[in-house]
Design a protein around this ligand. Structure first.
Ligand code: NAD
Length: 428
């Protein structure tokens, strides 16, 4: 996940340091918040289908739990690194704080590539991950969820292993579970829809009619697909989508005159969000280089794949027409790129605010599990909309009144709340 010169944890720390300086945070609070409180690294031995044993590396990092149990997803990725997990756990703390839910920040992962693992092997990784960390996670301490290349089935295997170890039913231990097994309706849509709720509000503030806009999207996974769905329902047109091609080990951008069709692309995508090139060409799509999504003459860019995509080398390729960047992915923009974006006056919807719909719905899932009463989908999505809209309004209000960059305003609100919790608890 990280190129030799890019370290996401250094990015997360430098973003934090800048805001800590502006907020004039005490030295002790700064030192506590700029690093994770707890880090676990472990091995997961798995007997593979061919009878051999392979040992996978697993992580769980709890950045901060002053405002509530640590919360954050588990990624399966061949290039996962401890610094990626550290950065993501820190971003989770700010994310839960900016939308004001009573949870802290955590993140986990396993270095593995599910493309090359059978379902049985994936199940063994999930169960092995839990066996190694079962004492250090739980509904009142650390609540995992799905992330890149993990899903509800992985979460249910993990829950089952956790409940077997602890003897009992703890549906609030993990979120993103399948509906009917403690999962919340609306969780699948939540992150992508949340991106568009905030985008809708931003366009209102900017006086732009969403139905007159075009967008280009990086990614065609969970976040991107639901963002595209709601954005097009509101009348916007997506002209290009980029995704990873597993066979070629590279990415491509799919562009269609008049806008892409979500239904068409869903019909030729695999479960990892990769799109079949040959079938796309048959449907009239141009297949361009992976980076082309960023160079499109559109109003809105939605990075919804990976971190470090808008960086020193790529930021100059953003077209003059772009007015808004709605960050669906975690950490898609580096601080160097931020400087350029700021100068150009592009309105940025920062990742930890914009993609907080997933964790907000996870919080709703916990609430439903704890009361053993499950809400209708409309109720979930309407509560989500309310929460995202008010979080956006608070950040935009601060940004406007203090003439701040949106990312800095979001950080100020989020960090202040966590710093206050740390002080009230007497930790620093
Ligand atoms: P996913 O695994 O469902 O989809 C990832 C997509 O990115 C796939 O379409 C893949 O082809 C594409 N991709 C991977 N590498 C690429 C590359 N180099 N160029 C172009 N496309 C590439 O993942 P997701 O759940 O949609 O998550 C996407 C991002 O959003 C991640 O940064 C994740 O941390 C973040 N996020 C996800 C959630 C959630 O609820 N799923 C919540 C908050 C943030």
């Amino acid at each position: 996940m990280e190129s030799s010169s890019y370290n996401p944890f250094h990015v997360a720390q430098s973003q934090f340091d800048r805001v800590a300086e502006v907020l004039d945070l005490d030295q002790g609070v700064r030192e506590l918040l700029r690093q994770p409180m707890r880090e676990y690294q472990f091995t997961i031995p798995v007997r593979m289908d061919d009878g051999t044993i392979r040992v996978f590396k697993g992580f769980r990092i709890q950045h901060n739990d002053a405002r509530g149990p640590a919360k954050g997803g588990i990624r399966f990725h061949p290039m996962e690194t401890v610094d990626t997990v550290r950065a993501l756990s820190m971003w989770m703390t700010w994310k839960c704080s900016v939308v004001d839910i009573p949870l802290g920040g955590g993140k986990g992962g396993v270095i593995c590539d599910p493309h090359h693992l059978s379902l049985r092997e994936q199940e063994q990784i999930c169960r092995g991950w839990i066996r190694q960390i079962a004492k250090n996670v739980g509904p009142i301490s650390d609540v995992p969820a799905p992330d890149v290349m993990t899903n509800g089935q992985h979460m249910l295997w993990m829950l089952d292993e956790f409940e077997t170890i602890h003897g009992g039913r703890y549906p609030g231990f993990i979120t993103g579970k399948p509906v009917g097994m403690g999962g919340s309706l609306g969780r699948t849509e939540a992150t992508g829809f949340g991106v568009i709720y905030t985008l809708r509000e931003a366009l209102k503030v900017l006086g732009i009619d969403v139905a007159a806009t075009t967008a280009s999207v990086q990614g065609f996974g969970n976040v991107a697909q639901y963002a595209v769905q709601l954005y097009t329902q509101l009348g916007g047109s997506v002209v290009a989508i980029s995704c990873w091609d597993q066979a070629d080990k590279t990415s491509y951008t799919f562009r269609k005159k008049g806008g892409v069709s979500l239904a068409e692309l869903r019909g030729i995508a695999d479960k990892f969000g990769g799109i079949d090139k040959a079938r796309a060409r048959d449907l009239g799509y141009e297949v361009l280089a992976g980076g082309a999504w960023l160079e499109q003459e559109v109003d809105i860019l939605i990075p919804a794949a990976l971190e470090n995509q808008i960086n020193r080398d790529t930021v100059g390729k953003i077209a003059k027409s772009v007015k808004v960047i709605a960050e669906g992915a975690n950490g898609p923009t580096t601080p160097e790129a931020d400087d350029v974006i700021k100068q150009r006056g592009i309105f940025v919807l920062p990742d930890f605010l914009t993609n907080a719909g997933g964790v907000t719905c996870s919080y709703f899932e916990q609430v439903q599990c704890n009361t053993n009463y499950f809400w209708e989908k409309d109720e979930v999505l309407s509560k989500l909309d309310t929460r995202m809209t008010s979080a956006f309004a608070a950040v935009e209000d601060l940004a406007r009144s203090r003439k701040l960059y949106m990312r800095d305003a979001a950080y100020m609100i989020a960090i202040n709340r966590v710093a206050e919790a740390v002080r009230l608890r007497g930790w620093a």
